[in-house]
Design a protein around this ligand. Sequence first.
Ligand code: TPP
Ligand code: SF4
Ligand code: MG
Length: 278
Amino acid sequence: MSTPTATPTKTVAELEAHADEQVVFQRPETLTSANFSYCPGCTHGVVNRLMAEAIDELDIKGRTIGVVPVGCSVTAYDFFDLDMAQAAHGRASAVATGIKRANPDSIVFAYQGDGDLASIGTAETVHAATRGENITVIFINNAIYGMTGGQMAPTSLPGQVTQTSPYGRDTKTMGFPIRVCEMLATLDGPALVQRVSVDSPKNIRQAKAAIKKAFSYQMDGVGYSIIEVISSCPTNWGLSPVAALDWLRENMLPYYPLGVFKDAGAAPAEAETEASHE
Ligand SMILES: Cc1ncc(C[n+]2csc(CCOP(=O)(O)OP(=O)(O)O)c2C)c(N)n1
Ligand code: SF4
Ligand SMILES: [Mg+2]
């Protein structure tokens, strides 16, 4: 459940001393004052912030319920000032389905990593999508199992060195990475299927717009949305935060092209333009 936000108390003298200052950046209301527990440079925190900004701007904080996974974002219930539930590994979309069906006026999101959503939770993911559940799924693809120390994920790239593929992912024995958006876009159920990235200011702005659109589709009853966010895991990639973003751009974006794969709510001309996938 939500954690109360601590309100710092200031004396009148302190307030007067800062009376001329203009606030240009502050924590969204939907985030608590808890410190993120993510590693330095991890993009989980960027995405949490974008989601909180979108919830604030859509004015749905009072009726939004989040479902967090097993993975590095397991403690996100401490970060969002919302009613939160934690699902067993891979089951967030199924839990979100139940919460939404029992509380149809609420806005429900599932926040899931790639190991969670595309490995152990593949069945729940595909079936929530094909049923067209009116939920919002935020999918963090960092090409690795972050929390457990860097094992190969279904999204790890061909040749990628991980703890369980020390000579690089060999597609002959380990198979090929799953492109979740492309796969789900073949289904009739989903309303919005989009892949974004948070490696640059421009891409972060696009990611925010996509997340906001997904929530607004749920508000309007348009149906199931999944926003895949190409993300970094500097710790388990063994790179500095900046080098991790370079690696993401050079290796992940060519394999996982950004774009809108399905948008049932788009006007026909808009949908045609989006189909070119940037
Ligand atoms: C049923 C079950 N199997 C395995 C685990 C161990 N486990 C915890 S987190 C995790 C991987 C998480 O990776 P991902 O979903 O990609 O999230 P990330 O930490 O990268 O954000 C695994 C395998 C578990 N908790 N429960
Ligand atoms: S292990 Fe990776 S995904 Fe997990 S918090 Fe650290 S950088 Fe982020
Ligand atoms: Mg992961």
